[in-house]
Design a binder for this molecule. Structure first.
Ligand code: 13P
Ligand code: SF4
Length: 302
């Protein structure tokens, strides 16, 4: 822990001298989330807040697509990610060529892509969404049928809430796909009265068996507002740690799954990023304008 304290002190000092801010996703470890971050949130909040950053440098404590989105929305800033390998199984599941083929197979059907995608995939789509606004984005298009990519489970979970027909892809989040309905039944047996919250990247049969589903920010707000005596968050492990720190009166039951990509970010490599300016995230100018448009269209909806 001594090493941690030295890293925290160095990071706070580096932020001042370099005029940098740290944006951290809800899945970052508590020492990052509560210790050094200036702005925290779900993918939607991080995108929105990246636009308003005044500082010269944004360090994105999260995964690569989040850093790309920040760069798209605030292109004059230097955006750093402490480890370039912090990817995402959903972002890796689809390419712009896949989208071109899907458009050929479904002529005239608009393409909604989850923000968990590369900038090149965003550029090939009409509008983006997150788990916090997917239903509103799909319905904003005013059409009966939409391609919703690449998270099959998110599409299936949203399909239950809308009359719009959603054509899905076969991408999955490697973290959330691991939860099963049996996990929930076992939890309810072992912890009577437990309230089960699930992320919409979980399989639909898991979301159906849960009490409530929503983005990481929506889950966090639910706990703060409803104060369930016992709760389980079916999502990445650090979520419970971070939300528990703000809700000492709530008992958290902890089966969870780690995201290996999120966990690549550490205090040590955040410090290194600030010291060395590595690794800078840029977006290919050939795709940046179109990708930005897809994200801005989303932000105009919700
Ligand atoms: P949200 O924070 O938008 O709910 O996304 C969850 C996630 O898995 C991001 O990688
Ligand atoms: Fe991607 Fe899933 Fe990790 Fe989020 S939790 S970054 S969706 S692999």
């Amino acid at each position: 822990w001594m090493a941690h304290e030295a890293d925290v002190a160095a990071i706070l000092e580096l932020k001042r001298t370099k005029n940098a801010v740290i944006l951290a996703h809800n899945y970052q470890t508590p020492e990052i989330f509560h210790g050094v971050a200036d702005i925290v949130g779900d993918s939607l909040a991080l995108a929105r807040k990246a636009m308003d950053v005044d500082a010269d440098i944004i360090v994105l404590a999260g995964v690569h697509f989040m850093a790309e989105t920040a760069k798209l929305l605030n292109p004059s800033k230097t955006v750093l990610i402490p480890d370039m390998r912090a990817g995402c199984s959903l972002a890796d599941s689809i390419t712009p060529e896949d989208i071109a083929l899907l458009r050929q197979a479904h002529p005239g059907v608009p393409v909604v892509t989850y923000v968990n995608t590369s900038a090149a995939v965003k550029a090939a789509s009409d509008i983006c969404c997150t788990s916090g606004n997917a239903k509103e984005v799909v319905e904003s298009l005013g059409v009966p049928k939409v391609l919703m990519l690449p998270d099959e489970y998110l599409a299936q979970n949203v399909a239950r809430q809308t009359h719009v027909e959603l054509i899905a892809w076969k991408g999955h989040c490697e973290v959330h796909q691991l939860f099963t309905p049996q996990d929930i039944r076992d939890l309810r047996d072992a912890h009577p009265g437990v309230i089960v919250l699930a992320h919409p990247e979980c399989p639909p049969e898991v979301v159906l068996e849960a009490d409530f589903a929503g983005s990481t920010a929506v889950m966090s707000d639910y706990v703060a507002k409803e104060k369930p005596p016992r709760v389980v968050l079916l999502t990445e492990c650090s979520m419970s740690d971070n939300v528990a720190a703000n809700n000492p009166d709530v008992e958290f039951i902890r089966p969870c799954n780690l995201c290996p990509h999120m966990k690549r970010i550490t205090l040590a490599n955040i410090r290194e990023a600030l010291e060395t300016g590595m690794h800078e995230v840029t977006v290919d100018p050939a795709v940046a304008d179109k990708a930005r448009l897809a994200v801005e269209r989303m932000l105009a909806v919700k």
